[in-house]
Structure formats: structure tokens, C-alpha cells
Design a protein around this ligand. Structure first.
Ligand SMILES: [Zn+2]
Ligand SMILES: [Zn+2]
Length: 361
């Protein structure tokens, strides 16, 4: 039974790896539209080719094994067709010339793939050694849906950043705060980064509370709370409206105030890592630390389905705001018994999650 579940999980994995390999080969064919200019300066050609080669081999292997032994033949076949197309389209040997011109609109396919490989390797390794729920596997219930959330929320990264900076620059222009902006942007990074963290988390705390309190906003945020298994991937389950509203309301003021792009670019990866970390299946109590920075136990209590402990621990990075506003909750030695929505449940399908806020009850 366990072996069959593992093989069926492998069929889903084959479909995912096959699709990702095909998209990665397409990214080599059309780098100006499918890769991120800032990232192209960081990785080298050989590094991404080696990664793609490994992905193609793994996708081929998993799809063949799943096709032979798993019940989920359709997913295995989809993986095999995708990976064959990827090989036929040139595999890891596609040449794109010396220079790639920058397109005005692009999707961050390279960011999705590289971030996924790095984050998955780091957090799955830590979870394997320090698991809170020992019987919870990597391919746990609902991982496909959360992976879909991860991919779609990351793929439009470029568009989201563009959508955020445009109103911020417009606001900065009409508010004419040149003096304040010049002063703040001149501060050293060691001052700017902690201040961004403090101020953004304050804004995030109240935006998050509003998402819980205002029924219209809860329609979107309940998607995040529908997850019933906590691990490194669970935090990806976010409706795109939730992502856009939270990011814009917390980050646009920082851009308007004049915090430098460099400082914001240091803060954003810290926030991304923190958001993955707090959902992890990790058993550490971290009793004193969970009052300084958000920890898995601190955020697991935010996801409890226990109706007596709802609406606690809204901070993403600094529990300080929960301590100040009286919503901090993490009883010593106690973890939530169950996670998810305390009322009506949501079907485990990506499209259902995307459309659920717009459906009549
Ligand atoms: Zn919440
Ligand atoms: Zn969460």
C-alpha cells in the first residue's frame, strides 16, 4: 500500500519534472521572455545547463518507472511526453548566442526553477532530520496543489514587481517628499534593512488581521488556511490577490519613503526564506526565540483549526507586533492538534482555489 502510494507520487513528480524540463528548454530558446534580467547576471550558462541536464535525466527515469509500475498512468505518460519533447527541442544543448536583449515584459521561469531547487533541497533536508510529524512524507496529501500555487505565484514575479513599483513611483512623484526620500536613501544598509523589516512587518500584521476580519478579504485568505498539512511547501498556498494586496500594501510605502532598491532587494529574500521556514514540519520549541522572530511553532498556531485559538500570531517575521497588540499565542510544550479551516472545507484543486473567492456560497 505504501509502495503504491509512493509510485503514484512518483507519477505526479514525473509529470511535474517533465513539464518543468520542457519549459526550461523553452526558456533557453526564448530567454528574453522567459528569464529574469537580474538573475541572468548571477548564474552562469554552464550551471543552468548542468541543472537542466539533471532535471531531464530525473524526469525520464521517474516517468518510465511510474509508467511501468504506478497506477497513475496518465500523469506518468504526460511526464514522458513532455520530457521527450524537451529532448527533441534540443535538451540542454540549445544555443542562445552571446547577448540576450531585455524584453519589457517577461515571466520569471528561471526564478521558479532555481528557487524551487534551492528551497526544496535546503528545507527538505532539515525536515528529514528534525521532523515534528514523523509519519508525514515529502509527497504528502495535497502537495501537487501547493506546488501549483508555488509555480504560478512565482512565475509572475516580474509582473508583480513591475505592478508594485509603478504605483510606488507615481505616489512618490505626487507626494513630493524629496527631502525625506534623500535622507532615508542615504542611510547605510545596516540601518535601512532592519527598519524595512520592522515597518513592513507592522504593515503586514494589520493587512493580515484585515484579511481575517473583513469577510470579502477572508474569501481570498481562507485559501491559505485550507492547508491541513504543514511543511516547507504549505506556505505557498496563497491566492494571487492575497499575494498582490499584502505585498503592495506593505512594500509600496517603503519605496515611497525612499528606502533604496538595494535594501529592499536584501530584505525580500530574507522574507521569502522566513515565510517558508515558519510553515516547516520542524519540531523545535525555540521558547525564547519565538518572541523575537517567527518560528514554525509560532506560525503553526496561526494555522490551528481549534476554534478556541483562532486569529492569533499574525506577524510573518517579528512576533513583536503580536506581543504589542495582544495576539501572541504559543503555550509551552503544546502544538496544535490539527490544521485547516474550522468550518467548511475546500476541494484540493488549484483551479477551485483560484475561483473559490468569486463563487457564491
Ligand atoms: Zn492568516
Ligand atoms: Zn501560513
Amino acid at each position: 500500500m505504501v509502495r503504491l502510494a509512493f509510485l503514484n507520487g512518483m507519477a505526479w513528480l514525473a509529470a511535474f519534472l517533465g513539464a518543468m524540463s520542457l519549459l526550461a528548454v523553452l526558456a533557453f530558446h526564448f530567454p528574453e521572455y522567459l528569464t529574469t534580467p537580474a538573475l541572468r547576471d548571477i548564474y552562469t550558462d554552464n550551471q543552468v545547463r548542468a541543472l537542466l541536464y539533471a532535471g531531464l535525466l530525473l524526469a525520464t527515469l521517474t516517468s518510465v518507472v511510474a509508467l511501468l509500475f504506478a497506477q497513475r498512468k496518465r500523469q506518468a505518460l504526460l511526464g514522458l511526453v513532455c520530457v521527450m519533447l524537451a529532448w527533441l527541442a534540443g535538451g540542454a544543448d540549445v544555443s542562445y548566442g552571446d547577448r540576450v536583449r531585455d524584453a519589457r515584459f517577461y515571466i520569471s521561469l528561471d526564478w521558479v526553477l532555481l528557487d524551487l531547487v534551492l528551497i526544496a533541497t535546503l528545507f527538505i533536508s532539515v525536515e528529514l532530520f528534525f521532523r515534528l510529524k514523523k509519519d508525514q512524507g515529502i509527497l504528502r496529501r495535497g502537495w501537487q496543489v501547493d506546488l501549483a500555487h508555488y509555480v504560478f505565484n512565482h512565475i509572475f514575479n516580474g509582473a508583480i514587481v513591475f505592478a508594485l513599483f509603478l504605483p510606488a513611483q507615481w505616489l512618490a512623484g505626487i507626494l513630493s517628499m524629496q527631502g525625506v526620500r534623500a535622507t532615508i536613501s542615504a542611510w547605510p544598509l545596516i540601518v535601512q534593512v532592519p527598519l524595512i523589516m520592522l515597518a513592513t512587518d507592522f504593515a503586514q500584521y494589520w493587512v493580515h488581521r484585515a484579511f481575517h476580519r473583513v469577510p470579502l478579504l477572508w474569501r481570498f485568505h481562507r485559501i491559505h488556511h485550507s492547508v491541513e498539512v504543514m511543511d516547507w511547501l504549505a506556505g505557498s498556498r496563497l491566492h494571487i490577490v492575497d499575494v498582490l494586496l499584502t505585498r503592495s500594501l506593505s512594500l509600496v510605502p517603503m519605496v515611497v519613503l525612499g528606502f533604496s532598491n538595494q535594501a529592499i532587494n536584501i530584505y525580500l529574500p530574507i522574507l521569502a526564506l522566513q515565510a517558508v521556514f515558519i510553515h516547516c514540519n520542524l519540531r523545535f520549541e525555540m521558547s525564547w526565540l519565538q518572541k523575537v522572530i517567527a518560528t514554525p511553532k509560532f506560525h503553526h498556531w496561526h494555522h490551528t483549526s481549534d476554534p478556541h485559538c483562532l486569529d492569533k500570531n499574525f506577524s510573518v517575521s517579528l512576533p513583536l507586533w503580536d506581543l504589542v497588540f495582544g495576539t501572541w499565542h504559543s503555550p509551552r510544550g503544546q502544538w496544535p492538534q490539527a490544521y485547516g479551516l474550522s468550518g467548511d472545507k475546500l476541494e484540493e484543486r488549484y483551479l477551485t482555489h483560484l475561483l473559490a473567492p468569486f463563487r457564491k456560497k
